[in-house]
Design a protein around this ligand. Structure first.
Ligand SMILES: C[C@@](CO)(OP(=O)(O)O)[C@H](O)COP(=O)(O)OP(=O)(O)OC[C@H]1O[C@@H](n2ccc(N)nc2=O)[C@H](O)[C@@H]1O
Ligand SMILES: Nc1ncnc2c1ncn2[C@@H]1O[C@H](COP(=O)(O)OP(=O)(O)O)[C@@H](O)[C@H]1O
Length: 279
């Protein structure tokens, strides 16, 4: 049996850091907006128990790849004797704050749960996913959502399905470096979802990222000429929203040559969930 699924990107439409847990992890509030763009993963079941990722990733050994780690975690949790061949059409930049690795992991859990018939529900898959990364559960649940805790307390939110220009400024930002920076705001006053929906909220990582990475500051200044621009996650990608596709594409096509990125539409339900529900 084979299956191909989109592993969608996300944007953090806001990112407030409201405290810190005893283990050092930061407590967040964020609106995770799913997008209709992402990587495509192709799965083919094997009758031996081998998990084989055929696509090489720069700087990520196969055993560290979140795709392989997710498949291995599901195999262990289920005692499945089946294996899988996996190919990935990688489009999302790594370390860009758009969740590519976490989305790849979640999509692998969803696909193999179906192909191996392991029968886990979303709560169980989310718990397996959380061990792989804080952003995995939102992709397992597949809903645009308000997140608290370290990202695992999720409340689905219906957002207008707007168009986004996502810019990658040509540098990657280490999440660890930002979260360990002395100047990072760690005591934002918690806000309510309703307040965010009414007036929006910024990204508490933005000032530190701009000070460490002038390329990110320059890209924000460039995009701000057209619409309010903001960092996603801990960067390095930034985004702005547009009412229609044509305006978004116009701005994207006028970008400086050193910037990459894409235009995508916000979606309330992950395309991989829509596809799985049709099988
Ligand atoms: C803040 C977000 C918002 O989406 O940033 P992006 O990674 O998307 O940019 C994520 O939740 C990031 O989660 P995740 O991507 O799983 O983080 P990891 O790479 O595991 O974290 C790297 C390091 O950052 C710190 N870290 C991460 C998440 C968190 N809530 N508090 C932290 O202090 C920890 O020191 C951790 O070891
Ligand atoms: N399948 C994968 N896709 C992307 N990154 C991966 C993957 N597996 C492991 N990684 C590692 O996870 C890191 C974070 O990746 P990613 O989720 O793309 O960024 P971010 O958390 O900033 O959104 C990468 O820099 C890479 O080292």
């Amino acid at each position: 049996m084979t299956l191909s699924l989109l592993a969608p990107a996300k944007l953090n439409l806001c990112l407030k850091i409201t405290g810190r847990r005893d283990d050092g992890y930061h407590l967040l509030q964020s609106l995770f907006q799913l997008l209709d763009a992402g990587d495509t993963l192709h799965f083919a079941v094997r009758n031996d128990a081998r998990i084989v990722l055929h696509t090489p990733f720069d700087g990520v050994p196969s055993e560290d790849n979140l795709i392989v780690r997710a498949a291995t975690a599901l195999q262990r949790a289920s005692d499945s004797k089946l294996g899988v061949d996996i190919h990935c059409d990688k489009r999302l930049p790594m370390g860009g704050g758009i969740g590519g690795g976490s989305s790849n992991a979640a999509t692998t859990l969803l696909a193999l749960n179906k192909l191996w018939q392991t029968g886990f529900n979303d709560d169980e898959l989310s718990a397996i996913g959380l061990d792989l990364g804080a952003d995995v559960p939102v992709f397992v649940r597949g809903r645009t959502a308000w997140a608290e805790g370290v990202g695992e307390e999720l409340t689905p939110v219906e957002m207008p399905e707007e168009w986004f220009v996502v810019i990658h400024p040509g540098v990657s930002v280490s999440t660890r470096e930002i979260f360990s920076h002395q100047e990072l705001t760690r005591n934002s006053r918690p806000i309510r979802i309703a307040a965010f929906l009414e007036q929006g909220a910024g990204n508490d990582c933005e000032n530190v990222v701009k000070s460490l990475y002038p390329e990110v500051k320059n890209a924000l200044d460039w995009l701000n000429q057209f619409a309010p621009a903001q960092l996603t996650g801990t960067g390095s990608c930034l985004f702005a929203r547009f009412a229609d596709e044509a305006s978004a594409r116009d701005v994207f096509s006028s970008r400086p040559a050193s910037y990459s990125g894409f235009v995508a539409r916000g979606v309330n339900v992950s395309p991989s969930h829509t596809a799985l529900n049709q099988i």
